[in-house]
Ligand binder design. Structure first.
Ligand code: NAP
Length: 212
C-alpha cells in the first residue's frame, strides 16, 4: 500500500502585481489564517487579456513578487501564467497548478482556494470557462472595508468575501506616486521599492484612470 493520503489546503493568489504591495501580503496571510492554508502560491498574470494599457514586463512583476514573498515559508511564486503563451485565463492557472501538484505529490490530495481582488471576481461569470474555475477552487474575494461590491451572480457557497483594511494600499496609487516622485516607503516591501528605483519602473507612468 502507498503512503497515507494527506490533504493539503492550498491558496492561489492571482493578480497582476504591478507592483506587489503590503496589502497583497496582508490579504494572503489573513486568508491563509482564515482557511488554515499550508501554502499560498502567488501567480503573477502573463498578458492580462482584459487590459488595454500596457503593464510592466512579466519578468519584472515576477521578480518583485519573489523578492516580496521570499521570507515567508508559507508563500511561493509560480511562473505558470507568465510562461504560458497567450492571455491569462484563471481556468488554465488552476489546471496547470493541479497537474503540477499531482505530478509532485502523487499520494496526496489538495483542496484549492483561488484568492483575488473582489472587484475582479465580480466579473467571473464572463471569464473563460467559469464552471471549470468553480469546480477546481473555492473563490475568495478580498476587498477593502466598506467597498460596495456588485453581485458576482454565483451560486451560494462558491465565493467568500473578506475585508482587508490593508487593501487601502493599491498598485495604481503606488504607480502614480512613483511617477510624481512621491515616497512609497512602507507601502511596498523594501526590496520591491529598491527594484522599482533600480529599474526606473513607473517613472514615466501615464495615469490611465483605470481600476489598477
Ligand atoms: P485587476 O482588474 O487589475 O484588479 C481589480 C482590483 O482587484 C484592483 O483593485 C486590484 O488591486 C485588486 N486585486 C487584484 N488582484 C488582487 C489580489 N491578488 N489581492 C488583492 N487585491 C487584488 O485584476 P487583475 O490583477 O488583472 O486580475 C486578478 C486575477 O484574476 C488574476 O489572476 C487574473 O489572471 C484573473 N482574471 C482572470 C480572467 C479570466 O480568466 N478570463 C479575467 C480577469 C482576471 P491592485 O491593483 O492593488 O492589485
Amino acid at each position: 500500500r502507498g503512503k497515507t493520503l494527506s490533504n493539503l489546503r492550498i491558496g492561489v493568489m492571482g493578480g497582476t502585481f504591478d507592483p506587489l504591495h503590503h496589502g497583497h501580503l496582508v490579504a494572503a496571510s489573513e486568508v491563509a489564517g482564515r482557511f488554515d492554508l499550508q501554502r499560498v502560491i502567488f501567480c503573477p498574470s502573463g498578458a492580462p487579456w482584459h487590459k488595454t494599457t500596457p503593464t510592466t514586463s512579466a519578468e519584472d512583476r515576477y521578480l518583485m513578487t519573489v523578492i516580496a514573498t521570499a521570507a515567508d515559508p508559507r508563500f511561493e511564486v509560480s511562473r505558470v501564467d507568465i510562461d504560458r503563451d497567450g492571455p491569462t485565463y484563471t481556468v488554465d492557472t488552476l489546471r496547470d497548478l493541479h497537474e503540477g501538484f499531482a505530478r509532485a505529490h502523487p499520494h496526496d490530495s489538495a483542496e484549492w482556494f483561488f484568492i483575488t481582488g473582489a472587484d475582479a471576481l465580480t466579473e467571473i461569470v464572463g471569464w473563460h470557462e467559469p464552471d471549470g474555475i468553480i469546480e477546481r477552487a473555492h473563490l475568495v474575494g478580498v476587498t477593502r472595508p466598506g467597498h460596495q461590491l456588485a453581485d458576482p451572480g454565483l451560486p451560494e457557497g462558491v465565493v467568500t468575501l473578506i475585508e482587508i483594511p490593508a487593501l487601502s494600499i493599491s498598485s495604481s496609487d503606488i504607480r502614480q506616486r512613483v511617477s510624481e516622485g512621491k515616497p512609497i516607503d512602507y507601502l511596498v516591501p523594501e526590496g520591491v521599492a529598491r527594484w522599482i528605483r533600480k529599474h526606473l519602473l513607473y517613472a514615466d507612468h501615464q495615469h490611465s484612470g483605470g481600476a489598477s
